[in-house]
Design a protein around this ligand. Structure first.
Ligand SMILES: [Zn+2]
Ligand SMILES: [Zn+2]
Length: 368
């Protein structure tokens, strides 16, 4: 086994036998994640330690681990922000959760509860928001995670743990803005049927809207219709986009297409006084080009959205359990973490990757 570097908070162990947890950590900005056994410092009063059952992989994990967001990232680094697990241990001040309860974590590790955004309920925009993983904290690519009680979610009865972990990022990213702006009789355009879009189709349909899926995957028509879309249309053909202009009360765009004609055609799908929601993020240094004439003359509301706030996330979990909304996933064993990451990084997965962590952790004596 290679010599593992020290971490600023966790104590690296020589083997899993003496460890509290085993992560898959990146040791530098290239290569695969490796197993990293570690011990936690004492549990803080308001912390909850979670045995991870299933963890989802999200593309932003690559951007972080490869140093594409922050070139000064410190290694070892363990990403992961789509966690479903069971409470293993609680700090002395924890009141909301008990050992043995099913819980989840989303991309946010902390909210201050005192800044202006937190007071308005928009805690995802908290001025002290830190991600589920950063230089000092490991994320969900691990057998365990320790998070402040205020950022832990209750997993509702009947929730499908094996499929559901990606909802904590991908699910709420589309559920929250649809829920904010929808009415049940609305028409809804979902642009891009990938990891986000295939969930947006399901939520929009279950909320009662009539959904058209804009995609290049016409060959997947049956599958996309089974998710709840009534119609399919091209996401890149300007002529056919033109034919759909102004028809949709809500447009949710999970793509960012650099071709200006196509991107503006996406905006023009929005009906007069309708809402255009952009959740697909462009690469840094690329700016959105809005069709100002169309937006002004038709009184279009343009909305951005970042994951969802605490209440929206909890509500999304309940809505998903009740309405059977789950992503289509590829599932991997814990030891195949590097393989799962590789598929996700190369965008080969259909549609989200999930790792069964609990099975390995239990079999290897990490549920102590
Ligand atoms: Zn994510
Ligand atoms: Zn705050």
């Amino acid at each position: 086994m290679q010599q593992l570097p020290a971490h600023s908070v966790y104590q690296v162990q020589e083997s899993k036998e003496t460890a509290d947890a085993v992560a898959y950590a990146f040791l530098q900005n290239t290569g695969e994640p490796v197993q990293y056994p570690y011990k936690y410092p004492n549990i803080a009063d308001d912390d909850v330690r979670i045995r991870i059952l299933f963890t989802g992989l999200c593309h932003s994990d690559c951007l972080h681990s490869r140093g594409l967001w922050d070139p000064y990232i410190k290694y070892p680094s363990c990403p992961g922000h789509e966690v479903v697990g069971v409470v293993e241990k609680v700090g002395t001040g924890v009141t909301k959760f008990k050992v043995g309860e099913k819980v989840g974590c989303n991309p946010q590790r902390w909210m201050c509860q005192t800044c202006e955004q937190c007071k308005k309920g928009d805690n995802q925009l908290c001025s002290q928001n830190i991600g589920l993983y950063d230089d000092n904290n490991f994320g969900g690519y691990s057998t365990h995670i320790q998070v402040a009680e205020r950022m832990v979610f209750r997993i509702p009865d009947g929730f499908n743990d094996a499929l559901g972990s990606p909802l904590l990022c991908a699910g709420v990213t589309v559920y929250a803005p649809l829920k904010r702006f929808y009415k049940p009789n609305f028409t809804c355009a979902v642009i891009g049927i990938g990891g986000l879009g295939h969930l947006a189709v399901q939520y929009a349909a279950k909320l009662g809207m009539t959904v058209t899926a804009f995609t290049t995957s016409k060959n997947r028509e049956q599958e996309i219709k089974r998710l709840g879309a009534s119609n399919l249309s091209s996401s890149i053909d300007v002529e056919s986009l033109k034919a759909e202009q102004g028809k949709y009360d809500i447009v949710i765009n999970t793509l960012y297409i650099e071709d200006e004609d196509v991107f503006k055609s996406h905006q023009r799908l929005t009906a007069p006084t309708g809402t255009y929601i952009q959740v697909g993020a462009p690469p840094s240094k690329v700016n959105f080009k809005l069709d100002h004439a169309y937006i002004i003359l038709n009184q279009i509301r343009v909305a951005g959205s970042l994951i969802g706030n605490y209440d929206e996330t909890q509500e999304m979990l309940e809505f998903s359990a009740q309405n059977n909304v789950y992503p289509i996933v590829e599932t991997f064993e814990f030891e195949d973490f590097p393989k799962a990451f590789d598929r996700m990084e190369k965008a080969q997965a259909k549609f989200r990757c999930v790792v069964n962590v609990g099975k390995w952790a239990q079999a290897n004596g990490l549920w102590k």
